[in-house]
Write a protein that binds this ligand. Structure first.
Ligand code: SRM
Ligand code: SF4
Length: 555
């Protein structure tokens, strides 16, 4: 099974953690430092938190011989990305009371709060718990937040498919009670047998694990970039089952050729709820038993799959589930975008998709997103849904209530903001990067908006403003805004420098490839100027930029 090379350090930390408890309690009580012990930093990830520090202040604090300004980021578990209005209000209040105040919608349909100092974590989790929200297993070597195509208006059976996200998330939760004991002061379980975890055992998975469910024709959640992608097969408005794709993942490391992005491979079809859960579960057990536990850079399911082969994998899966997979059914995924503005579903409910640039919910001089969302939540007349493109759908609004929501969206300039944003801006995503991400080599969400403004000028020079080109930027090659599945990907190499990737399609079905390395802004703009000019002159009718560059660069 797993190879017998020296295990990575994290393996011992997990195994010796007493069910993910470690010394987190002691670390929290230690008032001498704002940090927690290194082992506990690995363990709190499984509870949905990361220790970070303000990287803008590192040098200044080091000069003053001060400890780094340690804070924590907390990420909620929201399968399919859904919050009731009272839950949004709670998140808003918790953000204001304990964090930087900015609510960040992530590329995996959930929210993150940044900047919680150590003493604020427990109060925040208590308040989330009162709102029936938790952060269990949103990070760590375990199944993460399960995604599902976001827009209920896109299919009459959205609710039925959406329910799978919740059920799969619950099925794959760890059995340990540590979260409740540490953060919510529950009594320690006396009988450890209650915590036996047949799925995760004592070392959990070799690496993070991600699952997403797509409802064709929209691939808004980038189904093929997940360890498991489920593609809903719908015939005559009935859910027939799911095609299963395995082995997607985007994280790479500069200079390490053993790492690469990979899109999932469709291995078959399953037709019942029971079989779906069994299949998903057993894919995790295969990865648990065969994934690489020595080299964390090579530990995702994509590498296990490429090491052992698809045929072996299918055979092993069928052995474990006890039933064969059927032949994959036909499906069409031909878009990946959010449906901005008003949309109505088959039951007459209304949805307004708001453009939230890079998922940052805050008030600024142009738009008061945060205030608008709070006031909408207070009406209790709409739910909140998050998209895999970092946007918010104000959702499930009855006809009679639409006017109230419309007035609030107008009052705080949300509609104008959404309508006025250019096509290129609305299709762009950036990861967090500075100032909180410890792995960032370059800026992400703080820089992309400015770069887009300059790219908009180039597009209008060539009358290409209407082109829905997908640009994605990350501050490092881990791929958090899925840049390798973009038409234009920018991946940070050093401060102010990016590798440029071209030739991905705009449905998320083809990866891009590297075009130029280490570009600064001036060179990026020069390259794009040339490419847009050629595209304008040589593109075929309706040909997307990604398809054009793919063809152009491979000729
Ligand atoms: Fe990510 C690590 C932020 C989606 C691949 N990601 C991180 C950390 C936690 C840095 C760290 O390990 O200390 C970043 C925290 C930054 C911060 O300050 O908040 C971080 N990742 C994010 C988010 C918030 C980006 C965003 O702006 O929305 C996304 C949170 C998703 C969520 O709600 O769970 C986020 N990360 C992704 C995605 C996209 C996806 O899953 O659809 C990917 C690429 C897909 C994949 O997993 O292959 C991704 N993040 C990574 C990796 C590389 C994993 C790998 O296989 O090599 C790391 C680094 C690691 O795990 O060692 C990472
Ligand atoms: Fe941080 Fe890199 Fe992820 Fe951006 S892509 S959030 S820089 S880990």
């Amino acid at each position: 099974m797993s190879n017998d090379k020296k295990l990575s350090e994290v393996e011992a930390i997990k195994q010796n953690s007493d069910g993910l408890r470690g010394t987190i309690q002691e670390s929290l009580q230690n008032e001498i430092t704002g940090s927690i012990s290194e082992d506990d930093q690995a363990l709190i990830k499984f509870h949905g938190m990361y220790q970070q520090d303000d990287r803008d202040l590192r040098a200044e604090r080091a000069e003053k011989k001060l400890e780094r300004l340690y804070t924590f980021m907390i990420r909620l578990r929201l399968p399919g990305g859904f919050l009731k209005p009272e839950q949004w209000e709670a998140a808003h209040n918790i953000a204001g009371e304990h964090s930087t105040g900015v609510i960040k919608i992530t590329t995996r349909q959930t929210i993150q709060l940044h900047g919680l100092v150590k003493s604020k974590i427990k109060p925040a989790i208590h308040q989330f718990d009162e709102a029936q929200l938790d952060s269990i297993a949103t990070c760590g070597d375990i199944n993460r937040n399960v995604l599902c195509s976001a827009h209920p208006g896109q299919s009459a059976i959205h609710a039925q498919v959406f329910a799978y996200a919740d059920k799969i998330s619950t099925l794959l939760l760890p059995k340990t009670n540590a979260y409740y004991e540490i953060w919510l002061d529950e009594e320690k379980i006396a009988d450890k047998k209650d915590e036996d975890d047949p799925l995760y055992q004592d070392r959990y998975l070799p690496r993070k694990f991600k699952i997403a469910i797509a409802i064709p024709p929209n691939n808004d959640i980038d189904v093929f970039t997940n360890d498991i992608g489920l593609i809903a097969i719908i015939e005559n408005d009935k859910l027939k089952g799911f095609n299963i794709a395995v082995g997607g993942g985007l994280g790479t490391t500069h200079g390490n050729t053993a790492t690469y992005p990979r899109l999932g491979t469709v291995i078959g079809f399953i037709d019942s709820e029971e079989k779906t859960f069994k299949t998903v579960y057993e894919i995790l057990t295969i990865q648990r038993d065969y994934g690489n536990r020595s080299d964390r850079k090579n530990a995702r399911l994509k590498y296990t799959l490429d090491k052992y082969g698809i045929d072996w994998f299918k055979e092993e899966l069928e052995k474990r589930t006890g039933f064969p997979l059927d032949v994959a059914r036909p499906y069409v995924l031909n878009e990946r975008k959010d449906y901005y503005g008003w949309q109505k579903n088959h039951e007459g409910l209304w949805y307004y998709t708001v453009f939230v640039e890079n998922g940052r919910v805050l008030d600024n001089e142009i738009v008061a997103l945060k205030t608008a969302f709070l006031e909408i939540a207070r009406t209790r007349k709409a739910n909140f849904r998050f998209t895999g493109n970092q946007n918010v759908i104000i959702s499930d609004i009855k006809e009679a209530n639409k006017i109230v929501i419309q007035e609030l969206l107008d009052k705080y300039h949300v509609i104008a903001h959404t309508e006025n944003a250019s096509a290129i801006r609305k299709n762009a995503m950036a990861c967090v990067a500075f100032n909180t991400c410890p792995l960032a080599l370059a800026e992400g969400q703080r820089y992309l908006p400015q770069l887009i403004s300059k790219i908009e000028v180039l597009l209008s020079k060539y009358a290409l403003e209407q082109e829905e080109i997908v640009i994605r930027m990350t501050g490092c090659p881990n791929g958090c805004a899925r840049p390798f599945a973009a038409e234009i990907g920018f991946v940070g190499t050093a401060y102010g420098r990016y590798n440029m990737y071209l030739g991905g399609d705009n449905q998320g079905l083809r990866l891009n490839s590297i075009y130029k390395e280490n570009l600064d802004e001036a060179t990026i703009l020069k390259e794009l100027d040339t490419l847009f000019n050629i595209y304008r002159q040589q593109k075929n009718e309706g040909e997307s930029f990604g398809d054009f560059t793919h063809k152009y660069l491979n000729n």
